[in-house]
Design a protein around this ligand. Sequence first.
Ligand code: FE2
Length: 428
Amino acid sequence: MPEYMSGFGNSFETEALPDTLPVGRNSPQRVAHGLYAEQLSGSPFTAPRASNERSWLYRIRPSVLHSGRFERVDAGLWRSAPESETHLPLGQLRWDPVPLPDTAQSFLDGVVTVTTAGDVSTHNGMASHLYLITESMVDDYFYNADGELLFVPEQGNVRFWTEFGVIDTEPGEIAVIPRGVKFRVELLGGPARGYLCENYGGAFTLPERGPIGANCLANPRDFLTPVAAYEDRDGMASRLTVKWGGALWRTELAHSPLDVVAWHGNYAPYKYDLRRYSPVGPLLFDHADPSIFTVLTSPSETPGTANVDFVIFPDRWLVAEDTFRPPWYHMNVMSEFMGLVYGAYDAKPHGFVPGGFSLHNSMTPHGPDLEAFEGASAADLTPQRLQGTLAFMFETRYPQRVSAHAAAMPGLQQDYADCWSGLRRHFR
Ligand code: FE2
């Protein structure tokens, strides 16, 4: 079982071999055990302290050692913003789950882009992907220069072997792998399916809590970063694939790049169990904005305007009196990609199933379907427990473009808008 250190954005230090980390300095003339020292900068050197991220890695070989060049390779179904290859009619969109394939595919060929937003080359915006994995990466490694990766497992347990250590995840948890961190994805048991947010913008961080105070929502101590662990593999034929500038590139290595024996710093991958999220919400009447359920936010240069928010709709009590309890009818400057990990979502009791996804784009109207409206309008407003449910949203300031592949998916529900068509006139 992997071991972890608790805390969000801490300055961690960890070593897989004792007496590896230099004491009181980063780059001594000779590193212990004959290792190389290498810095990984997640922010510009001069970023303010609150957003300054870097780690020092003590590794068997420096990252600069590879075959000499990265050759461009087929990116499969992985797309990047800006992308305007399809022109679906504007409207609310929803898809059935995409089945796992019968063929062998690793994470490298298992990323399927649904939407892109912003511009990968200016580090603004994001992409919403699915991942469909039936095979572990063995001698393959990957890192993403375009953005950090937020994995939301929906089916199957996945192990991330990273430069910083090992992270295990199951549905109900998330994992975040920062830009530039090398890793490979291994299946633990059966195939795996889930959602993936590729965040081109500022690193995910915890939202401010304002008047909520020092506790609740996602608490820092529940975020887990792995202890150092390394692969000492030589004389092998391995490949390192990089996503850079919206394309995939590949080089050959004769060793494992996961050869970091010790590291310290605040730039590292982490996991979080969404079931530890402590929701805060309406106690007497009316409805808070869904931002009350933000787990992580990628800030932009404009205060209060997220590049991406990661928001969940977890188990909770509904207790508000004289209140329409489901999410209200809505038009939003932000665009909303939604997925469902398990259970049912209260605004869409049918048709939105685990593994499925929906897109309510910038200024596209949406809200409870007929069934949810009629149920909630007539409901006896006793306290109600939403149980065994976990929906989430990737919400970005940018409009989201649907990929050509997603636009042609057989699971695109042509009748989605019919779920509102029975909303009758009640005006008297
Ligand atoms: Fe909305």
